[in-house]
Design a protein around this ligand. Structure first.
Ligand SMILES: NC(=O)c1ccc[n+]([C@@H]2O[C@H](COP(=O)([O-])OP(=O)(O)OC[C@H]3O[C@@H](n4cnc5c(N)ncnc54)[C@H](O)[C@@H]3O)[C@@H](O)[C@H]2O)c1
Length: 231
């Protein structure tokens, strides 16, 4: 069940987010982004060709995985010569839909939100944070965030007017679902969620959760603990 703007209940099917884009598995899409990033660095360093093993190593995957992933993009690579860096990068970019900068908004310009806004690397990756929204913008005004800041009351009209499809969510956990509902109803289709809330969204919307504490917990499982090491 999903509440629309007027508070009416709408029946929408919620599913676990494992959507596939154009028949390409979500994990492959993620790895294609990694390859794109590696290829971009190779271009910056003036390299024209790269072997599949070198590209796989740079991306931290097996060469067989790389070849499987790239089969979704097209026929690339010449035996003995490897891949043409720029040709492959452009082909991946097309699949990922990055020919133009993708506009992104950020909601919740608090400590985490402002830190993200100050990061200047999104443009290089094909994304432009075009605005930030906060329920109490007066509290954020003093900070230099580098993008226009609006009261979150303006969220819906801004998304519709600027055809925004992607949003970064950094609001307190108890506000996250409410804000996500607003984002979805206004047309956002992808949410990068930093709030520790499992969001309920319609099937057409993708949520990627980022949780540093969970990642640390996972990492800590693999480290040797003092006094617990085996000889
Ligand atoms: N994923 C991670 O690894 C990670 C790390 C740190 C924090 N977090 C989470 O990120 C979120 C933000 O953390 P923080 O430390 O920046 O908190 P914060 O309190 O500094 O910032 C939250 C901001 O959201 C704004 N806000 C509240 N309700 C809103 C609404 N309805 N619409 C728009 N803005 C609204 C507040 O005014 C505030 O500026 C929290 O949910 C926190 O748990 C996640």
């Amino acid at each position: 069940m999903f509440l629309d703007k007027t508070g009416n209940r709408r029946l929408v099917k919620f599913v676990e987010i494992d959507r596939e884009k154009a028949g390409i598995p979500k994990k492959t899409i993620y790895r294609l982004s990694l390859y794109h990033r590696c290829l971009f660095k190779l271009t910056e360093n003036g390299l024209e060709t790269v072997s599949s093993s070198a590209l796989a190593k740079a991306a931290g995957v097996k060469a067989s995985q790389l070849r499987r992933d790239l089969s979704h993009v097209g026929q690339f690579g010449t035996r003995g010569l490897g891949y043409q860096v720029e040709e492959l990068r452009m082909a991946i970019r097309e699949v990922l839909g990055r020919e133009h900068l993708q506009p992104v908004i950020l909601v919740g310009a608090g400590n985490l939100g402002c830190a993200l806004l100050r990061y200047g690397g999104f443009q290089k990756e094909g994304f432009e944070v075009i605005a930030a929204f906060d329920a109490v913008p007066e509290a954020v005004m003093k900070r230099d965030i580098g993008v226009p800041l609006f009261n979150s009351e303006k969220l819906d009209s801004f998304i519709v007017k600027n055809k925004v499809k992607l949003a970064i969510l950094c609001v307190p956990a108890e506000k996250a679902q409410e804000v996500a509902n607003d984002l979805v109803l206004s047309g956002v289709q992808g949410i990068l969620n930093f709030s520790p809330t499992v969001l309920q969204v319609p099937e057409k919307v993708t949520v990627n959760n980022v949780d540093l504490a969970l990642e640390l917990e996972n990492l800590s499982f693999f480290i040797d603990r003092d006094g617990e090491e085996e000889e």
